[in-house]
Design a protein around this ligand. Structure first.
Ligand SMILES: Nc1ncnc2c1ncn2[C@@H]1O[C@H](COP(=O)(O)OP(=O)(O)OP(=O)(O)O)[C@@H](O)[C@H]1O
Ligand SMILES: [Mg+2]
Length: 361
């Protein structure tokens, strides 16, 4: 998506620029499918410490200069071989719309789209880059087959900003993709029944519904990891870093008996309520039932969260394991379960060129 196919590149860097961390997975072709060649993560609490309350959280933006510096540092220390990068954009930076068209071939869809697209995008067409994917089919009440199309548009200004950041960090930006699509590639497959993929990040939680490997619905909320840390810091009168450490070590394991859990629980419940809301909305609009939830993002590693979510949502919970999609050195085996939720997007980006047929752009 939003990129060019390049032959002869032996590995790609999948670069996930999050609010508080940058994660890179270097993926090569390998004899038996995509393989992990290197990876690196750089966490920065700068953004977090500048923010004291939830209202300011929604104004957080990645700072261009900071990001260049962090990327350079990470590249320098990780010894990546490739300079060819595929980057993700948070879903809130794009407009994502699902719409239906009568069944027709790709060339006709592209032509028809020219006339239709304006009504779905709130910016002049000259200011956005557009891509679309066929994500499914549906038979309407009269028996006609409708093609379901996912339209993704990204403001050119955002793409240009990413191009500047990557060029300044010494990387060639080969493609840009929205986070949800990269995530789905690394945690789902064509046989999977309707599944919710919940990425609990620092600044936002993204809730996607995937069916047979296709993105069907995408929703984003500000309820997320940083809010939980801030609630803890405020409630206990301690510094952000200390609150962060407590959150990671103890999580909500203490149940309603513990002061820590009591402070964090309303935020966890708010995230789970959003998940319930999306589930209901999806099931009503698409007439199919969600059968499981995959948790990803650093926030999904909170001790006690998975069993609590399972109880609250009444659905099986799976923790994202993107390493299933790649080969990796045996020495990593003891830590892949812990790395999985954090690297799910960067691995999804890194394997893109090795697992996908290229649809017309
Ligand atoms: N073990 C843990 N327990 C609880 N929370 C954790 C744990 N590890 C990381 N987190 C939280 O995960 C969040 C970071 O996750 P992630 O790296 O996915 O976010 P990000 O990609 O930087 O942010 P965003 O996607 O919102 O831009 C932070 O809020 C951090 O506190
Ligand atoms: Mg993220």
């Amino acid at each position: 998506m939003f990129g060019i196919k390049l032959f002869g590149t032996s590995s790609y860097l999948g670069v996930d620029i999050g609010t508080t961390s940058i994660k890179i997975a270097e993926i090569g072709k390998g004899g038996h499918g995509p393989e992990l060649q290197n990876y690196g993560i750089l966490e920065s609490y700068g953004h977090l410490e500048r923010v004291n309350n939830a209202i300011q959280t929604s104004a957080l933006k990645i700072m261009e200069a900071d990001t260049i510096q962090l990327l350079k540092t990470l590249i320098k220390h990780s010894n990546f071989k490739s300079r060819d990068a595929i980057a993700s954009l948070p879903s809130f930076a794009a407009f994502i719309t699902l719409f239906e068209m009568p069944q027709m071939n790709d060339a006709d869809i592209a032509k028809t789209m020219q006339f239709q697209i304006g009504q779905y995008i709130p910016l002049p067409l000259t200011e956005v880059s557009i891509d679309w994917l066929k994500v499914g089919e549906r038979q309407d009440d009269q028996g006609f087959v409708k093609e379901q199309i996912l339209l993704v548009s990204i403001p050119n200004e955002t793409i240009e900003k990413y191009q500047r950041i990557f060029a300044a960090a010494g990387l060639r930006l080969r493609a840009i993709e929205i986070e949800s699509l990269a995530l789905l590639r690394s945690v789902s497959d064509a046989n999977m029944p309707p599944t919710m993929v919940v990425d609990i990040g620092s600044r936002s939680t993204n809730i996607a519904v995937v069916d047979k490997g296709n993105l069907r619905y995408n929703f984003q909320t500000d309820m997320s990891g940083a809010g939980i840390t801030q609630a803890l810091a405020g409630g206990l009168g301690i510094k952000i870093r200390r609150a962060e450490k407590l959150k990671r070590e103890r999580g909500i394991l203490g149940g309603s008996e513990s002061e820590l859990s009591t402070l964090m629980m309303p935020f966890v419940d708010a995230i789970l309520n959003e998940v319930k809301r999306v589930k209901t909305k999806y099931e009503q609009s698409f007439g199919t039932v969600v059968t499981q939830v995959i948790l990803a993002g650093g926030g999904s590693k909170m001790p006690g969260l998975a069993p609590y979510a399972q109880e609250q949502l009444g659905l099986p919970i799976v923790i994202a394991d993107p390493f299933q999609k790649i080969h990796y050195p045996a020495a990593l085996e003891p830590i892949v379960r812990d790395l999985g939720p954090s690297f799910a997007i960067s691995i999804g980006l890194g394997i893109k060129e090795f697992v996908e047929a290229h649809p017309a752009v």
